[in-house]
Design a protein around this ligand. Sequence first.
Ligand SMILES: CC[C@H](C(=O)O)C(=O)SCCNC(=O)CCNC(=O)[C@H](O)C(C)(C)COP(=O)(O)OP(=O)(O)OC[C@H]1O[C@@H](n2cnc3c(N)ncnc32)[C@H](O)[C@@H]1OP(=O)(O)O
Length: 322
Amino acid sequence: MACNAGPMRRLTSLLVLKLEQRGAATRLLARRRQSDYASKAAQALVASNTIMSPEQSLYRESETRNLLSHFGGGHIHLEKDENSGIARLLIEHEGKKNAFSGSMILQLADHVAELSKWKDGRAVIIRGANGDFCTGADLNFVQKIATPVLGAKMSIFMGSVLAKLHQLPLITVAHVEGYALGGGAELLSACDFRAVSTTANIGFVHGRLGVSPGWGGGTHLTQLVGWRTALRLMASAQVLDANECLRLGLADFVFSNDSEVSAWFEQFTKTSAQSVRAAKRIVLNAQECDYSESLNRERDVFAELWGGQRHLQALQKLAGSK
Ligand SMILES: CC[C@H](C(=O)O)C(=O)SCCNC(=O)CCNC(=O)[C@H](O)C(C)(C)COP(=O)(O)OP(=O)(O)OC[C@H]1O[C@@H](n2cnc3c(N)ncnc32)[C@H](O)[C@@H]1OP(=O)(O)O
């Protein structure tokens, strides 16, 4: 359980801010020709009191799901290996360098929900198809939801998906090749580890589009590289190669072929899945809770494993051989 409700509260504040811009969005929309679905959906959402009134429910997930479902293309595949406890997520959007469509965001949400319930999971590895990681949101989709209100809804939804990915009870690894730009850089920064290919080009390039990260990537980047470097990377929209990422702490490992990354990943298969999951819970608590609460939770995690079947078997094997 999370130590505080901070992330959701902040997302809600964002929507309240966007609601204050509703007047401007309405005027802007009124000036536009309403020729495609997105414009009509935007108009309907802006006009809808049930969504827009701050006194009423501010954010309805089902409505955002409905909106996103209208922007198709690409696929996110999930493959779970029950024996090893290792899952693979493959991001695939042909001809768009694996950029996220609305339906891909929904698929990622569903896969993350499934992984959160996977009791025997040890790790998930996220990779893009055909030599690129992900170039963020599909710009055609972005263009169609470029209103403050729709942007806030999309950002609340995807921000929450990436927060859940970050908080999964298993290790998350981004296997990064080729381009990882905008939202793609946000996705990799939500993971626990980043194995980065010598072919990689990673950039928080949102500034080039006149915006800033909105999927939690700015926060995760700051936690990874410190505030000064994060500020520089976001403000300059600089695109980094693998060695620069390693130097700054944005990469954990640099590889030039698949066998090197497999060998590096082996380190996470040496202990039981239970111990891996316990370690993940402990570090999440240390990040999210105050010191004494984190210590209490660490003891709870310990108590769940101590004296259990695996512990006793290991003791018998190790102590018995002495
Ligand atoms: C919240 C999300 C966040 C935001 O809006 O805040 C974002 O993620 S915005 C998106 C940020 N990403 C970008 O700005 C990347 C845009 N793409 C590029 O700069 C280039 O395509 C690049 C550098 C990735 C690759 O350049 P290269 O010359 O090697 O190839 P092409 O440009 O010809 O790309 C091939 C093909 O892919 C299409 N493409 C690439 N990225 C996207 C994207 N994000 N959305 C839609 N389509 C994308 C590109 O248009 C080409 O298509 P083609 O039909 O062949 O012209």
